[in-house]
Design a protein around this ligand. Structure first.
Ligand code: ADP
Length: 450
């Protein structure tokens, strides 16, 4: 087993990893930017190294500085968390060259699921259904126009390097194509330095359902059931739950098998997530595979009572997994609490938290790095906490969540708590009757101020 793990990340996920390491008797090294000096991950790690100024490119994304921190602290493994360098194949490669274990898949496995087009090809090779669309990148706007007619509108233009919903445009008819093409390319170029665009049939009113998988170094792969992440605003997840209210035993078996086949096709080692779109007839289509731990891993942990970070570390250390698939016996819901202003187009709202009280009690879990007096820096993503409720039924999990949201007090900055309160009251949400477009018709203006 590893003696010392350096965590190349910040915020709640850095803390989450430190917690498991402590339980496993592994020492931890936190790295931090000057903006994160007062962060809890710095305080709770055994050692901490400042790796640079606030900008991510100078700190959390700066590979030479992170490798220098590995060297001076003598860490024998690196946990990348999510975001930042978690899916950076070169970083995984550099760690290996230095004899440091990257806790995650190999560089080669990351590449085979890296950009979305390669990932789709990998899934097709594994006989997993994908959304009909272009064969790779579109070489020109005219090629796209022609293909859109063949496939039939609506279609969606997507950036191969995409993430966080960026570089994506839905096109309902031919007259909208050119504008959408231009703006998708511009956004993709600006966000990812890669303006490669491909085209897909736009699946109407789909659910986003993903399967958690784990594979070890000996070729054994298992699935740990699904998460429903259909509650999204502008393609960004706000609420996740497990099991999916739309799931059937038969669909879970089929999707679980497809996810395992995707992972097996690349000899996947580590924990990962295969994302699917599911239409109203319960046809499912591969979208992408995330080759890392995800923000929403917590709901899976709660419903199957399993520490996914521990599993990840054990797999990296060469310990075989049992190969058993896990089916949820409880229901869990996660609300992402972001420092954003729900009445102002969810504008990020950095600043000092003057008062903070986090909910507690039976069936409630809060993963957070913030506290009263903490200043949310404007440089990173705006998530400040994950609130998870767990109960025997979905109905009870919602009731518990409502109770917990009422107890959640954050003063000094705006958060998404009022949005979640309104969502939990929504009839369609309560009935499990929603799809990825659900929030585009949501009346955010009607959300009550506390
Ligand atoms: P990103 O990596 O930017 O998050 P994804 O490929 O994971 O992008 O897609 C994000 C979301 O966009 C999905 O959860 C879904 O809501 C929507 N989406 C993507 N592709 C399609 C499609 N072909 N049809 C309908 N919706 C889609």
């Amino acid at each position: 087993m590893f003696k010392k793990i350096l965590i190349a990340n910040r915020g709640e996920i850095a803390l989450r990893i430190i917690r498991t390491c402590k339980e496993m008797g592994i020492r931890t090294v936190a790295v931090y930017s000057t903006a994160d000096r007062d962060s809890l991950h710095v305080r709770f790690a055994d050692e901490a190294v400042c790796i640079g100024p606030a900008q991510s490119s100078e700190s959390y994304l700066n590979i030479p500085r992170i490798m220098a921190a590995v060297e001076i602290t003598n860490a024998d493994a690196v946990h990348p968390g999510y975001g930042f360098l978690a899916e950076n194949a070169s970083f995984a490669e550099i760690c290996t060259e230095y004899g440091i274990k990257f806790i995650g898949p190999t560089a080669d496995q990351i590449r085979q699921m890296g950009d979305k087009i390669t990932a789709k090809e990998t899934a097709q090779r594994a006989n997993v259904p994908v959304v009909p669309g272009s064969d790779g990148l579109l070489s020109s706007f005219e090629e796209g126009l022609k293909l859109a007619v063949e496939i039939g509108y609506p279609i969606i233009l997507k950036a191969t390097a995409g993430g966080g919903g960026k570089g994506m445009r839905i096109v309902w008819n031919e007259s909208e194509f050119e504008t959408a093409w231009d703006s998708a390319r511009r956004e993709a170029g600006a966000s990812f330095g890669n303006d490669g665009i491909y085209l897909e049939k736009y699946i109407e009113e789909p659910r986003h359902i993903e399967i958690q998988v784990a594979g070890d170094q000996f070729g054994t792969v298992a699935h740990l059931s699904e998460r429903d992440c259909s509650i999204q605003r502008r393609h960004q997840k706000l609420v996740e739950e497990s099991p999916s209210p739309f799931m059937t035993t038969e669909l879970r078996d089929r999707m679980g098998e497809a996810a395992i086949n995707c992972a097996k096709a690349i000899n996947y080692e580590g924990v990962g997530t295969v994302e699917f779109l599911v239409d109203k007839y319960r046809n499912f289509y591969f979208m992408e595979m995330n080759t890392r731990i995800q923000v929403e891993h917590t709901v899976t942990e709660e419903v199957i009572d399993f520490d996914l970070i521990k599993e990840q570390i054990k797999i990296a250390a060469g310990i075989p997994i049992s190969g058993q698939n896990y089916i949820p016996t409880l229901h869990a819901i996660e609300c992402r609490i972001n420092a954003e202003d729900v009445w102002n187009d969810f504008r990020p709202n950095a600043g000092k938290i003057t008062s903070f009280h986090s909910p507690k009690g039976h069936g409630i879990r809060v993963d957070t790095h913030v506290y009263a007096g903490y200043a949310v820096p404007p440089f990173y993503d705006s998530m400040i906490a994950k609130l998870i409720s767990k109960a025997r039924t979905r109905e009870e999990a919602i009731t518990k969540m409502e109770r917990a949201l009422d107890e959640f007090i954050v003063e000094g900055i705006n958060t998404t708590v009022p949005f979640h309160k309104a969502l939990m009251k929504n009839e369609d949400f309560r009935k499990g009757n929603f799809h990825t477009g659900f929030l585009s018709n949501f009346d955010f203006g009607a959300i009550k101020r506390d």
